[in-house]
Design a protein around this ligand. Structure first.
Ligand code: GRF
Length: 226
C-alpha cells in the first residue's frame, strides 16, 4: 500500500510538484492524499489542482490563534488518513499538539546545512556569512525551529561572486532530489531514528547509488533514480 502523504505549503510548491510528478511516474511509493495551503493565492494550490491532488486553502489569518489553527489542521489531516506530513515551503511553526498528533511523522526541508543558518533566510544567511559549502537539509520536525533529526543533506560549493538567486536555484534543484529520496526511504520503512541520529536501513533489493558529479554531494548517498 502506498504511504498516504499530506503536504503543507505556503508558496510556490515546486517541492510538492516534484512529489506529485514522481508518485504519478511510479517512482515514489506514495499517495499524495491532500495538499493544504495556509496562504490565499499561493501557487502550490494551483499545482495540486493541476495534478489532480485534493487541496484545501486553510487561511491562518482567519483563525484566532496558532492552537486553533493547528486543531483544524490536525482534524483535516486525520480525516484524510495522512500517514506522513511533508512540509514543503510551509512558512509556519506548528504547535506541540500538532506534533503529538503525528509523532515522528512530520518532515521539513530547509535551504541550508543545518544546524547552521536555521530560520527564514537559510540560503541568504549562508551566502552573507561567506560559507564555501551551502546546501539543504531534510529533517524531522520537532518543537524547535529547524532542529529535528536530520535524514539527508546535500551540499553545493559556493562559487566566488555568485549571487543569491543563482545559489538558491542550485539548492532548489537539489531539494527536488533529496526530498523525494527521504520520502521514499520512509515509504520503504527504512528510516530508523536513534536519539539524534538517523540510520537508513539497506533496501531488501540492492539500490545503485547516484554518483555526484563534483557540483554537489548528498549524504547519505542518493539512490537511483533520484
Ligand atoms: C524551499 O527552499 C524550502 O527549502 C523552504 O521553502 C522553499 C519552498 O520552495 N522550506 P517550494 O515552495 O517548494 O518551491
Amino acid at each position: 500500500m502506498p504511504l498516504r502523504v499530506a503536504i503543507l505549503a505556503s508558496g510556490s510548491g515546486s517541492n510538492a510538484q516534484r512529489l506529485f510528478d514522481l508518485s504519478r511516474a511510479g517512482t515514489l511509493a506514495i499517495d499524495p492524499v491532500l495538499l493544504i495551503c495556509n496562504r490565499p493565492g499561493a501557487h502550490a494550490l494551483e499545482r495540486a489542482k493541476q495534478a489532480g491532488v485534493p487541496c484545501l486553502m486553510l487561511d491562518h489569518a482567519k483563525e484566532a490563534n496558532r492552537e486553533r489553527y493547528d486543531c483544524s489542521l490536525v482534524a483535516i489531516l486525520k480525516e484524510a488518513k495522512a500517514e506522513l506530513i511533508v512540509m514543503a515551503g510551509y512558512m509556519r511553526l506548528v504547535t506541540p499538539f500538532f506534533l503529538h498528533s503525528f509523532p515522528g511523522r512530520v518532515l521539513n526541508i530547509h535551504p541550508a546545512l543545518l544546524p547552521a543558518f536555521p530560520g527564514m533566510r537559510g540560503a541568504a544567511d549562508a551566502l552573507e556569512y561567506g560559507v564555501r559549502l551551502a546546501g539543504c537539509t531534510v529533517h524531522f520536525v520537532d518543537e524547535t525551529m529547524d532542529h529535528g533529526q536530520i535524514i539527508i543533506q546535500a551540499a553545493v560549493p559556493v562559487t566566488p561572486d555568485e549571487g543569491l538567486e543563482a545559489l538558491q536555484t542550485r539548492i532548489h534543484a537539489l531539494e527536488h532530489r533529496i526530498y523525494p529520496q527521504a520520502v521514499q526511504w520512509l515509504a520503504e520503512k527504512r528510516v530508523q531514528v536513534e536519539g539524534r541520529r538517523v540510520r537508513i536501513l539497506p533496501a531488501a533489493t540492492a539500490r545503485r547509488a547516484v554518483t555526484p558529479d563534483g557540483t554537489w554531494i548528498a549524504w547519505p548517498p542518493l539512490e537511483e533514480p533520484f
